[in-house]
Write a protein that binds this ligand. Structure first.
Ligand code: SF4
Length: 449
């Protein structure tokens, strides 16, 4: 491994799926402020919807999501009833029946819901919103519990993209992370979606898992490439057992060290590209004809809570416990505990736990950070002009980037900041130079690579 990269790879850094990042959202945020934001949305602008279903049938030890194990149907039914009420609450706060271009169901495992319940929520969404005929309707799915009947229903409901957490195919790794899903099982699930006309398929893969080696990961990529998903996301396992208690089941002595992680990341990225995918941003890959690859070529890539996206919407309405939403004025996050979320909805309150109005300075820094994360480069002076910022406003960031520049990882000059090929994996660190909140100690982050 490049010894210079190795030195930087251990530095804890946010993933910058928003700016300010979620640990800087404020508790006690007034739901009426959010109601005001929703009421002020521009009816001419399409928005995005995110629905969170925080239930799974089995716990993966590496999981960092907000989820609950569910063995009975009762909690799922209750959840759906509250989701329907929340949709009605949001609808009443909006200035009309707004258009939706992207709809994403995440979790947890959204396909843990009964097909009829998915249909009821879809019908409520279609009443409350004008979901555009060419809208992307995506859902995260678990091949271990998926049935052909569910896939058929998803196709009937208009879903056109499905995501799978594949992670790693090696049996020893799968046993250690408590997620057993042989390649044949994943291939069968992918085949079911395609048979029913849902052709757009995403795979998530993870490096840095316990007992994982570069060789195992490359074998996983070979198997994954044979199934030809349109998009592959390749994430580093973030070991944060102080946040995700289930990660205490991960044997720390089986985790690859920083050098092995970096080797895995580099070898995997090379292998995915060799299999015909275009590298997108920091950790995504897409077949050349996919919308994400087209957006990247055109400089229209964006970053939101799901990672890289071609979705340009300035507003994402989050529905469900713990979901994060974004309006032009700021961010909100729903209550994470399903009981508290349901009680707030039953009381007729938008179930917001945290939020953050964004200042002009936040918006400016966020725009620079998004370009660095998406394009590997940004011109802070050019971006600053749109915000009325004085030339050179980013002097502190420039100074902070000096060591990376001296190490040949980033170029800082008249046209702003550009990561070099060598420094590209460290985009999060370059973005962090523009983060005005990083030293306030509100959060611990995973390592930069
Ligand atoms: S990783 Fe996904 S499937 Fe596994 S427990 Fe977490 S949310 Fe559920």
């Amino acid at each position: 491994m490049d010894p210079v990269i190795e030195r930087y790879a251990q530095i804890a850094t946010p993933r910058y799926t928003s700016y300010p990042t979620a640990p800087h959202f404020q508790t006690g945020f007034d739901p009426e402020t959010y109601r005001g934001w929703l009421g002020a949305l521009d009816p001419a602008e399409p928005l995005s919807l995110y629905l969170h279903v925080p239930f799974c049938r089995q716990m993966c030890w590496y999981c960092g999501c907000n989820m609950k194990l569910v063995k009975r149907e009762g909690p799922l039914k209750d959840y759906v009833e509250t989701l329907l009420s929340e949709i009605a609450l949001v609808r009443d706060a909006l200035p009309g029946r707004l258009r939706v271009a992207h709809l994403h169901w995440g979790g947890g495992t959204p396909t843990a819901l009964a097909p009829d319940d998915l249909a009821r929520v879809t019908a409520a969404l279609e009443t409350a919103f004008d979901i555009l005929p060419d809208a992307e309707r995506a859902i995260e799915s678990d091949p271990r519990t998926l049935t052909d009947a569910m896939v058929a229903r998803l196709a009937d409901l208009g879903f056109n993209r499905a995501s799978f957490g594949v992670q790693e195919f090696d049996p020893e790794v799968q046993r250690t992370i408590n997620r057993i899903q042989p390649p044949e099982m994943v291939a069968e699930a992918v085949g079911a979606f395609r048979r029913h006309g849902i052709d757009a398929i995403n795979f998530d893969l993870i490096y840095g898992l316990p007992h994982q080696t570069t060789e195992k990961l490359l074998r996983t990529i070979d198997l994954a490439a044979e199934m030809a998903p349109d998009r592959i996301a390749l994430f580093g396992y973030a070991h944060v057992p102080w946040v995700a208690k289930n990660q205490r089941m991960i044997p720390e002595d089986a985790l690859p060290d920083a050098r092995a992680r970096a080797d895995q990341a580099a070898a995997a990225a090379e292998a995915v590209v060799a299999a015909g995918y275009r590298a997108i941003g920091l950790d995504h890959f897409a077949l050349p004809g996919d919308g994400l690859a087209r957006a990247a070529r055109a400089g229209r890539l964006h970053r939101n809570f799901q990672g890289y996206t071609d979705d340009p919407a300035a507003t994402m309405i989050g529905l469900g416990a713990t979901s994060i939403g974004r309006a032009p004025q700021g961010f909100v996050q729903n209550l994470a505990e399903t009981g508290a979320w349901a009680r707030a909805v039953a009381a007729g309150t938008l179930p917001v736990a945290k939020g953050r109005a964004i200042s002009l300075d936040d918006a400016l820094r966020g725009a620079v950070i998004e370009r660095i994360m998406c394009d590997g480069r940004a011109d802070p002076d050019a971006i600053g002009r749109g915000f009325g910022a004085a030339p050179g406003w980013w002097r502190a960031a420039r100074e902070q980037l000096a060591p990376m520049a001296a190490d040949g990882l980033v170029e800082v000059g008249a046209h702003g900041v550009a990561l070099t090929d060598r420094g590209r994996p460290l985009a999060r660190l370059a973005a962090a130079a523009f983060d005005a909140y990083l030293d306030t100690g509100a959060a611990r982050h995973s390592v930069a690579l």
